[in-house]
Design a protein. Structure first.
Length: 559
């Protein structure tokens, strides 16, 4: 995915509208302690090398022009001044000679970390780590001349930074065309054009995930004459926290989307309650519940407002507000033909409402065309095909919870390859919804996994396959996922790791084989000997429709 994003951003360089891809945030910002932004990250070399660095390295190998350091301290050293991370791993080990830029104010913030005493120390550490550009405030501008005079900073380091910045501008053609072929006429033609709206709609359709469906969905377009669209996000275009200059009035809400799809139907709206987690105003719930009772079908739009997730929006509790939970229960009590749409920027804890909702889909922050996309999904114009890219916990106490956890010495017998240990007294170890999970309007049957051989020599590959059948009455998509477990190694290995996936489109009754080639490269990890390599021994491969794997095949890597 990192490689694909770099190619997408940079494909038209230098002559077209392509832009320089900036890989961020380097590195391991995804495991900030307690999940709080800007917090410290502390991890082993093996965890860093196996889980976090590969995606950055892939982006660099694909030709990304820039890398941005992260806010966090990694193993005690802030990334903007982390010489081993930036100069050592990124430049010397990976050969990156592009521009490194700090995150906003991160250079001077090394004082707040307690890593540097003065602004001058901050500038020296960052420049010697080969951070070329300081994004605010102006420590480089204030301090570099004096650092050069004092001999604390060699001129060659400044020369290298200047060279890399000028080289990037040259490669982008900015000296000849500072505005990179920007055109007011082209902006007018492209901004919110029909083609781009269609792409936005399709993106929202394929990323939505159906989590539960007790026969409610899809709603019948012909028999459903009246629809109540209820909830704090029913008539809001959910553009997302980083939409910046995006205007909500130019987006499509679910209420608008349903009216667009069903112009002959009666479509009603009620907010019911506010969407802010701190706001528990329930005065509108009675009106919303009465509206639900009077309609053929109900769409409940709940979750988080756009600004409630994203940067600097960490939450200690991941549940819906009390007023939203009250709204759900009152509405469903009055009309069982209800489907809920969850808007959020992260997994939420849904344990206390999931049994009350007949059908539930998570739409994330679907953007400009989200309302049209969700209307198409809920009324069966489009089939759900999205899969969860994150685990949904039963409780905040389970966090961190992830499918590729290390195996333990005392797992639950039935959860050996889930790796869970020391099970809870008050709830199951397993999450509410696992990584890779997602329902559809049709059923797919998967045959047993097969391998073309049971032994693989170095440099060879092995092919595993499964036959997938659409047993439903309509066309549908399914995402088939390949998981692998290294059974015995020099370090404890994860219970399973995602190694590939394919999306298949099958007609009713159609069968198709899904095959994956397993190479030695896919079996490599950062071993106890501080090398990235594949160790000989036994492996298990599964092909499944989620990380809840069943029957797999064993094979051995020889040599």
């Amino acid at each position: 995915m990192a490689r694909a994003m770099v190619r997408g951003f940079q494909k038209d360089l230098p002559d077209g509208r392509g832009v320089a891809a900036c890989v961020k945030h380097f590195a391991a910002y995804g495991q900030a302690e307690a999940g709080r932004d800007y917090n410290a990250t502390d991890m082993s070399e093996q965890t860093l090398r196996d889980y976090y660095l590969p995606a950055y390295r892939a982006a660099v190998e694909e030709g990304a022009k820039m890398v941005m350091t992260s806010f966090n301290a990694l193993n005690g050293i802030p990334s903007a001044g982390n010489k081993r991370l930036v100069k050592g791993i990124l430049r010397e080990e990976w050969g990156f000679d592009g521009v490194v830029i700090s995150d906003y104010d991160a250079v001077l913030e090394m004082r707040a970390h307690g890593y540097c005493e003065t602004e001058r120390d901050c500038a020296e550490k960052a420049m010697n780590a080969t951070t070329d550009i300081e994004m605010m405030p102006a420590s480089y501008l204030h301090c570099i001349p004096d650092l050069l005079k004092e001999g604390r900073l060699p001129m060659c380091r400044v020369d290298d930074a200047v060279r890399r910045v000028l080289q990037l501008k040259e490669n982008l053609g900015l000296f000849d065309d500072p505005y990179r072929a920007a055109s007011a006429a082209e902006e007018e033609r492209l901004f919110l054009c029909a083609e781009h709206r269609e792409i936005a709609r399709r993106a929202a359709e394929v990323s939505a995930v159906l989590l539960k469906n007790e026969g409610v969905l899809p709603f019948d377009k012909v028999r459903t004459k009246s629809i109540a669209v209820i909830g704090p996000f029913a008539d809001r275009a959910m553009l997302g926290n980083w939409a910046c200059y995006g205007r909500e009035e130019e987006g499509i809400s679910v209420f608008q989307g349903v009216r667009n799809l069903l112009p002959e139907a009666e479509v009603f709206y009620a907010e019911g309650c506010p969407g802010d987690i701190a706001e528990n105003d329930c005065t509108g719930i009675r009106e919303a519940a009465a509206l639900a009772k009077s309609c053929d079908a109900v769409i409940l739009c709940v979750g988080e407002a756009s600004g409630m997730s994203g940067e600097a929006a960490s939450r200690a509790e991941l549940r819906l507000s009390a007023s939203q939970k009250n709204l759900i229960r009152k509405v469903v009590k009055n009309n069982g033909n209800t489907a809920a749409v969850l808007f959020c920027g992260r997994p939420l804890v849904l344990t206390d409402v999931i049994d009350d909702i007949p059908a539930l889909a998570v739409a994330w922050q679907p953007g400009t065309e989200g309302g049209n996309a969700l209307a198409s999904l809920l009324f069966g114009e489009v089939n759900f095909s999205g899969k969860l890219p994150m685990t949904f916990p039963r409780s905040e106490g389970q966090i961190p919870i992830y499918y590729n956890c290390l195996r333990t010495g005392r797992p639950k017998p039935e959860e050996f390859f889930a790796g869970y240990c020391s099970w809870y007294l008050d709830m199951p170890n397993a999450p509410l919804f696992p990584f890779g999970y997602g329902l559809s309007y049709i059923e797919f049957a998967l045959s047993s996994v097969r391998a073309d051989k049971t032994e693989m020599k170095r440099g060879e590959s092995i092919t595993v396959s499964v036959v997938v059948e659409n047993t439903g009455k309509r066309m549908g998509n399914i995402v088939i996922q390949l998981y692998i477990c290294d059974e015995f190694a020099s370090l404890v290995r994860p219970a399973k790791e995602l190694k590939g996936f394919q999306k298949l489109t099958l007609q009713p009754g159609e069968k198709r084989q899904a095959a994956f080639e397993i190479t030695e490269e896919m079996l490599k990890f950062w071993t106890a000997y501080n090398r990235f390599e594949a160790e000989s021994g036994s492996f298990i491969a599964w092909i499944s429709d989620s990380s809840r794997v069943k029957d797999g095949v064993r094979f051995r890597l020889l040599g």
